[in-house]
Design a binder for this molecule. Sequence first.
Ligand code: ADQ
Length: 457
Amino acid sequence: MGLIVVSNREPYAPKRGEAGQLAWVPSIGGLTAALDPALQRSGGTWIAWGEERPEVGEVDLPQGAPRYRLKRLRLSEAEVRDFYYGFANRALWPMSHYFIGRATYQTSTWRTYVNVNRRFAQAAVESFRTGDLIWVHDYQLALVPRLIREALPDARIGFFWHIPWPSTEVFRTLPWDRELLEGLLGADLIGMHTDEYVAHFLSACRRVLGAETEGNTVRWQGRESRVVARPIGIEVETYEALAANPEVEEAADRIRRTLQTQILLGVDRLDYTKGIPERLEAFDAFLDRHPEARRRVTLLQIAVPSRERVESYRQLRAQVEGLVGRINGKHTRDGWSPVQYIYRGVPREELVAHYRAADVMLVTPLRDGLNLVAKEFVASSRDGVLILSRFAGAADELPEALQVNPYNVDGLAEALLEALRMPLDEKKARLQRLRERLRQSDLHAWAEGFLRELAGT
Ligand code: ADQ
């Protein structure tokens, strides 16, 4: 039994070596880490947007010891603009994160979304052999399950929705609410990160479609789909091993020696859902209220550039840079600056060195499907404290974190004080309990568990 994975992003990206040869390098991110081993075991096909040039249509991976085929769909400039930036990232992304004020619903981008989803579905149908499992990922491809189902009525199709599923009142603002639900209900098994998202989804099926639901099952047009909460994990052992690596430890020491203060850390894609301006404001309020903390604490914010073609992301970048400048201008004393800002993606070793060096990790999204950074910190830290937004899906699984409301600047400033004053024993005990829970369901268990459930449905 083979596996067909359908996702927007490709698992390996082509890189030209100095001699002009083409190397396929695994993409960083949970999906490649989770599904590449599964595909290597079972064989099959991964279908994705071939974002990186050159225009290679198909390639067998991994290079040198191929186990499965990557089919790379070429999208035109207009398709990328309307399907990816337009509909997925200007309509579905803000709506699902409760930012309806930022959502733009346009018929033209919706049409392109439908057409591009059709192309992904067609590629999956062409690759399918009887008995294969099909696993489709995320909000860019919500229509794909139904489009495949029309061609392959008996195929086993799974879908994972990686972002929040909002309350029905918000979801219904989408002019194509029915179409989206019907697209997803082409799947036999639909996974989300939390029970709350599942409950919202079931409610949308009832209220928007008038579908019948019983427990976690939706009945619609003579078919049944099961909707389950299965939060994604991380590769706990990989992070633990990296954290214990002497070179990473040395890098962490260097970060501490350079700053010479306690370290608060933020690591995020630069996205308006991640609450970075609110975090900076809270740190500013904290320094106003506790002048004794000056020179003793630094906020290190690492932000990865993201979706820069979308205007609101460019505005956010300017806003964050303005805030960093204002706070540093206001509080800087004797060679100490309160905020250090890094605007780039960093290699995993460097990321773990930062997790390891941090006294307090600030994960304070306004809304987040799950949030892997929180889990990566827990697996890497020795005695740090995690401050976690109650609006991150991961909050359900991480109750020993200091949970905060990221909109409450005063509350966030208080949590900072509590974290910085927490006794060592308590910090270690909390981390220990958090880490035990992470170990119970790591990334590979997540992927295997979902596929097993899909095969059994
Ligand atoms: P994202 O919104 O991208 O994911 P997150 O879960 O935090 O959010 O994953 C980000 C990943 O990027 C982490 O693995 C992190 O290590 C990495 N990263 C962040 N900043 C970095 C930097 N400066 N340099 C290098 N790497 C960096 C979406 C949803 C989430 C959900 C995941 C998985 O929005 O809610 O948890 O998918 O389902």
